[in-house]
Design a protein around this ligand. Structure first.
Ligand code: CDP
Ligand code: CDP
Length: 213
């Protein structure tokens, strides 16, 4: 069983994907971490004429099974850098195979990101597209960063998320949209538990209807 979970920054897709993975006892891959790791590898090189080449080389050299330093990867800066390398076609190509193999492992998997339902797993058994309004997403991300001891300027964070969303939406190599067969789940008014219950209900219904066919 492959479950694809997509949505914009801080919509809650990662929390939901890991909750679904626990519920159905499936492995989980946060695909954003791959882009964050590549972004981190070329941080500071944005104005370098070799930026694209360096990002492609970093993506090709990345061993996704060895991602460490997760704390630094979750920083807002790594998210911004991730969205800058994510517009480079060969970076996406270099990261494709690992994601695809992860999805196709025996027993299935849960993957979350931006293009899981559209590009990585167009054949997923269940697709969820998570949304939440911009203010709620900013507030969630702010609290998450504060809990990790990072200082947050909410005004700057709001604009940073908006800017990253805009770059993501315009990504010519993206697929950053809701797949036609994805179920939309708005978590603006939902806490983590309520969102998970709603997602489990959607997955159970999708599995039941598949078994009826
Ligand atoms: O993966 P994504 O960036 O979409 O978001 P996340 O990391 O799952 O969630 C961002 C923050 O919002 C986390 O600290 C979650 O605990 C919190 N959250 C929430 O408050 N309510 C939800 N329904 C989902 C997540
Ligand atoms: O957790 P949050 O949604 O803030 O970010 P993330 O999922 O870690 O993704 C960081 C950035 O990586 C996104 O803004 C995208 O530009 C890129 N990304 C992507 O291009 N494709 C994916 N499947 C996942 C992330």
């Amino acid at each position: 069983m492959i479950i694809a979970v997509d949505g914009p920054a801080a919509s809650g897709k990662g929390t939901l994907a890991s909750g679904l993975a626990r519920h159905y006892q499936l492995p989980h891959l946060d695909t954003g971490l791959l882009y964050r790791a590549v972004g981190q590898a070329v941080d500071g090189l944005e104005d370098d004429p070799e930026f694209e080449a360096a990002a492609i080389a970093a993506a090709q050299a990345l061993d996704p099974s060895q991602l460490d330093n997760a704390e630094a990867l979750t920083a807002a800066r790594a998210g911004v850098m991730a969205s800058k390398v994510a517009v480079i076609g060969p970076v996406r190509e270099a990261l494709f195979e690992f994601q695809r193999s992860f999805a196709l492992q025996d027993g299935g998997a849960v993957l979350d990101g931006r293009d899981i339902g559209t590009r990585i797993c167009p054949d997923a058994d269940v697709k969820l597209f998570i949304r939440a309004d911009s203010k709620a997403r900013m507030e969630r991300r702010a609290r998450q960063l504060e809990q990790r001891g990072q200082r947050v300027d909410r005004y700057a964070l709001y604009h940073q998320i908006e800017e990253r969303d805009a770059r993501d939406m315009a990504n010519p190599h993206g697929g950053f949209y809701k797949a036609d067969d994805a179920v939309l789940l708005d978590t603006t008014q939902l806490g983590i538990e309520a969102a998970l219950q709603a997602a489990v209900a959607i997955v159970d219904e999708a599995l039941a209807s598949r078994n009826r066919v």
